[in-house]
Design a binder for this molecule. Structure first.
Ligand SMILES: CC(C)(COP(=O)(O)OP(=O)(O)OC[C@H]1O[C@@H](n2cnc3c(N)ncnc32)[C@H](O)[C@@H]1OP(=O)(O)O)[C@@H](O)C(=O)NCCC(=O)NCCS
Length: 179
């Protein structure tokens, strides 16, 4: 029996961390690996909330480190499921860094993670569909199919010629058509 669809808002998770000396490199900036760990944890919780299952990380999309986060900053991570497929879920995670004494706060990172819901034996298991509500959720939902195809092609789990949604980004169907 098909599982009842769930709203994106039902999987929302916010996690707050303080950057301590043990989290930093020798320049007193947050280590990239530590940040990726927090991103993995917060997005895994979102995927668990959507599926009510044990989940495993299948992939993490590109994460760029443009702005350093400093020792003593407060890091807020927000995650929610953007779309569910059969057993996999795409999760969008945003990271904000805040320096409380100076009163500054900025969005430092964002990324997409994919989690797969599994049974006790580690076998993939179906998850409920996701029902986007807001305009932002609808946009993320629409883009999720293209992003899924891109990551499956890169992981050699899908042939490029099968990635029809992805091809539509690069090829305008009207170009090259006979009059
Ligand atoms: C992820 C995992 C469960 C997939 O198992 P599998 O036997 O390959 O199963 P399938 O081929 O049926 O794929 C299951 C789902 O995973 C998705 N998937 C597999 N590899 C993926 C990847 N690299 N990126 C995104 N999605 C992926 C598939 O698209 C499929 O999604 P769908 O059911 O929604 O269509 C399995 O590879 C695994 O357990 N990996 C280790 C997970 C882990 O230990 N993570 C911690 C980080 S080291």
């Amino acid at each position: 029996m098909a599982k009842k669809a769930k709203k994106s808002s039902e999987s929302c998770v916010t996690m707050t961390e303080l950057v301590l000396p043990n989290d930093t490199n020798t320049l007193n900036n947050l280590m990239g690996g530590k940040l990726m760990h927090w991103m993995d944890v917060v997005s895994a919780i979102a995927a668990q909330k959507h599926s009510n299952r044990i989940v495993v990380t299948a992939s993490a999309d590109n994460i760029s480190f443009k702005h350093p986060i400093q020792l003593g900053d407060v890091v807020t991570l927000k995650a929610k499921v953007t779309r569910a497929f059969s057993s996999s879920m795409e999760v969008y995670v945003e990271v904000f860094a805040e320096n409380i004494p100076s009163g500054t706060k900025f969005k430092s990172h964002s990324a997409f993670f994919t989690f797969v819901a599994v049974d006790q034996g580690g076998r993939p298991i179906d998850v409920p569909e996701l029902m986007p509500e807001t305009d932002e959720e609808k946009e993320l939902y629409e883009g999720a199919l293209r992003r899924r195809q891109l990551r499956l092609v890169l992981a050699k789990r899908m042939k490029p010629e099968e990635a029809t949604e992805l091809k539509s980004i690069f090829f305008d169907k009207t170009i090259g058509k006979a009059e």
